[in-house]
Design a protein around this ligand. Sequence first.
Ligand code: FES
Ligand SMILES: [Fe+2]
Length: 372
Amino acid sequence: MGQENIFKYFHPVIEVENIEKNPRSIELGGRKIVVFKSGKGVAALDDNCPHRHTPLSLGTVEGGRIHCPYHGWNFGADGKGSVPLQPKLNCAVNAYTAVEKLGYVWIAEAGTSLDKLPAFISGIENLTDGWEDCIALKPIDLLFNAALPQTIDNFGEIEHVPFVHQVLGWSVEDVPKMHVGVEVGEDFTVSKGWGPQRLPPSRLLQLIDKYIFRCGDTSLLEWDFRFNPCHSTFMPGWGEPNCSVAERRAFSVRATSIFIPENDNTTRLLNFPFIKIHERRLKFLKPLVAYIARKNLYEELVLDKKACEMVSDVPNDLSTMRLGIRDKQLVANRKMLQKIYYGEQNPKTQSKKLIDTITVADDVEVGDAFTV
Ligand code: FES
Ligand SMILES: [Fe+2]
């Protein structure tokens, strides 16, 4: 299990436009994989010629088959090989199911049904629940020099918001006014928080704030986690606590981050952001609002990356950490990471003991803590 299990889930590994001309090598779960256009669509194979291990990504694609540059062995999307000077020789390379969605190539192990694509994709393709008419922004692709668990941990707690972020959420002084609730389901976790919007750091944003956000208004944050593959949809906005998306003010952001473990040391975060403009006067400023929203989201994600990289070399076993009540979602996420994503039925004893002793309530009392 472990790294093998992650191939049961589709991961987006490269933009389709990057393989239009040449094959490209990507890394997922420690495996090198070549992705190319096969003629019928997109294809993915282990990036390793079975003959003498030349990376197939160094070769060329002709007639929908990828050709090894060393001795010309060539392979189709199904992995079956053909050897020019030994036509009767059987050879094959491990093939993956590959499909194009949202402008990216998504891959999973061979034979995986397209039903296994994460539901948020169809949510993006057929936006509903108040998200109709939203605007798609250019995806954000960041490489974190940190392992998957540390990266997931960062996005599963809100305690870092006033210290790490600059625009998002609340100031340190307003932390006592924050409200945060966590819900844990069978295969998901979701947090909702609200508190007074902090003063933006730049003059331009302060000016915009004066007319649009009104500093001190209620900043709403909501984010969920799922593990097929690991992804989190983050939906910040402004309005009354518990209001629907349609009742929010100014504009809202909906941004789904997918966490893609390249290997034990690096994790790619691929974020698909959207904005929904609620106020009519802002609709005339659509390009400006879109630009500001994406720029700030990008900068905040870079700050998250720096935070994750601060703890990339430290022990990542939860039993070594003095966790507090604000780490509830983080702990629940780790449990699902192990069980759903890595397919471990019996997580490590220490972590299992820790996880099983934590009960996650809907109503979180600030200041409580649990002992590891
Ligand atoms: S190493 Fe690929 S054909 Fe020989
Ligand atoms: Fe963050």
